[in-house]
Design a protein around this ligand. Structure first.
Ligand code: HEM
Length: 393
């Protein structure tokens, strides 16, 4: 018997997915794990086995989605949207900047200095929103150093990142988000060209430097494209991962006390991004007709792997809706799977779990969340707290 088309849900709204997606995902996992959600125009996959399968099968599920506004926003076709050898070539070009030895000897000491400086400037005894005061700037500064863009300010890095994200998500093809991403592109290109002179004269381990100085460099346009994808994809997630982990710990003071006693911040971080995946969804396009769980996926259909849902799938995790740093570790999918697995995984893990969390709690041992209701969560593609007002003490 031929596979049936996936069921269609036209009740779910984009607003619901941005504000409180987890009850929707829970229902879909039970009732319709392969479901065309009309508001997104995409087929959502909400079970862990399916999201993993799609990302691990790039021959059948391509990353090259021709219908998204991403190319327009980035003025480029980035490595994230390429497949096979073309993807590997560009990924390899950036890889030396992410080598374990470079992370240990160069980037982590830099993150340590930044963490100490940024935590030291926080006031004591006041309620402060950590999103703008710490998490955003920390993620921006660290990334600027790793990419070789140290002349860019924290505000510029965050503004460019947001402009690229808003442009890439501009499915209504409105003018205003593209005007902002166009302006950001112009500013970024000017900076990259200015810095290229210095990086050529004085090579270092940063992503821009290793790509420029390679024996067989990738085209100039792709060097720019992939620095931009790292800007668009390397600030929000560590920022949100830090905020999410803090929200989980501060809402569970017993767990926080135990983590402080053991110093096992890795566990707190890993559970934070399992609980709320900073990148909730990824898109893949079916290269030919196929089926998942008996539902037909036509050639050219875009499926969305919902890793935010996979991480709470009842088949792999018990009571996944709650933050529990002491659960038996479960294999989460927050860094993706397959050939596009996040290049910044080890940097993000260490910069947050081994650097920022210990530095922050060392300076503010009684850090607390005076009003848990004041933590506001938002976002469909990216999900995390947009406010995190904590009492610094
Ligand atoms: C907690 C923090 C982070 C999370 C949760 C995260 C998550 C992800 C995910 C899910 C993907 C795969 C997307 C897909 O399959 O389509 C990805 C790709 C990527 N990430 Fe991250 N990321 C984080 C931090 C970073 C950082 C700090 C950097 C840069 C320093 C970075 C650089 C990249 C790059 C370049 C890719 C594209 C890889 C490729 O297409 O081959 N990420 N990230």
């Amino acid at each position: 018997m031929a596979a049936a088309a996936p069921p269609v849900d036209d009740t779910i709204t984009l607003d619901q997915l941005a504000r409180d997606p987890f009850p929707v995902y829970r229902r879909l996992r039970t009732e319709a794990p392969v479901c065309r959600v009309a508001a997104t125009g995409r087929i959502l996959l909400t079970k862990a086995a399916d999201t993993r399968y799609v990302k691990d099968t790039p021959g059948l599920f391509s990353s090259d989605d021709p219908d998204t506004p991403m190319r327009r926003a980035f003025h480029a076709h980035t490595l994230m949207r390429k497949d096979g050898a073309a993807h590997q070539r560009e990924r390899q070009a950036m890889a030396p900047a992410f080598a374990p030895r470079v992370i240990r000897d160069v980037w982590m000491p830099a993150y340590q200095r930044i963490a100490e400086e940024y935590v030291a400037r926080l006031p004591r005894g006041e309620v402060v929103d950590l999103f703008p005061a710490l998490s955003g700037p920390y993620a921006a500064r660290g990334l600027a150093i790793v990419l070789g863009l140290d002349e860019a300010s924290d505000d510029e890095m965050q503004r460019w990142s947001q402009a690229l994200i808003d442009g890439a998500g501009n499915f209504g093809w409105r003018d205003e988000p593209f005007a902002r991403s166009d302006a950001a592109n112009a500013e970024m290109h000017a900076l990259f060209d200015r810095l290229a002179v210095r990086h050529r004269a004085d090579p270092g381990p940063s992503a821009l430097s290793v790509m420029l100085n390679a024996d067989d460099p990738i085209p100039h346009s792709q060097i720019h494209a992939n620095i931009k994808i790292a800007i668009g994809g390397g600030i929000n997630e560590p920022r949100d991962a830090l905020n999410t982990t803090l929200a989980g710990l501060l809402s569970n003071p017993d767990q926080l006390a135990e983590i402080r006693r053991t110093g096992d911040w890795d566990r707190a971080f890993e559970e934070g991004i399992r609980w709320v995946a900073p990148i909730s969804v990824s898109a893949r396009v079916a290269a030919e007709e196929t089926e998942i769980r008996g539902c037909r996926i036509a050639a050219g259909d875009t499926v969305m792997t919902v890793q935010a849902s996979a991480n709470r799938d009842e088949d792999v995790v018990e009571n996944g809706e709650v933050y529990n740093a002491f659960r038996t570790p479960v294999p989460h999918q927050s860094f993706g799977n397959g050939p596009h697995f996040c290049m910044g995984t080890h940097i993000a893990r260490r910069a947050i779990a081994q650097v920022m969390l210990p530095v922050l709690f060392d300076r503010f041992p009684n850090l607390s969340l005076p009003d848990p209701e004041a933590v506001i969560w938002r976002g469909f593609g990216f999900h995390g707290p947009v406010t995190l007002p904590v009492l610094l003490q």
